[in-house]
Design a protein. Structure first.
Length: 106
């Protein structure tokens, strides 16, 4: 019996080495920031097309952004959150809207 097998052998039972504990990836909140120029309809379109929200969900989030200054679009792993933020910024720029979007750790 090898030393490793001997070390894992207790009372006639073979004990498997412990597996490392895997942690869930850190999640990030994607946030839309209110401004005085981007139309409400454009924000709803962004929420439907990039975040796959229903019309009702998109309107609720848009109103929250409008009234509170910012609103949560979704929670994603870092790479997905970064991609969503960039998509929002690109579409807003293409349509000449100053809409801002950011991410923050959960």
């Amino acid at each position: 019996m090898s030393d490793e097998q001997e070390n894992n052998h207790q009372d006639g039972l073979l004990v498997a080495p412990a597996k490392p504990k895997l942690e869930k990836p850190r999640q990030y909140r994607v946030i839309l920031i209110n401004d005085d120029y981007t139309t409400m309809e454009f924000v709803v379109m962004i929420l439907e097309s990039i975040f796959y929200k229903t019309r009702e969900e998109a309107v609720q989030i848009m109103l929250h952004v409008h009234q509170k200054g910012k609103g949560l679009c979704g929670i994603f792993p870092r790479e997905v959150a970064e991609s969503k933020v960039q998509q929002v910024l690109d579409v807003a720029k293409d349509h000449e809207h100053p809409l801002q979007c950011t991410l923050e750790p959960e």
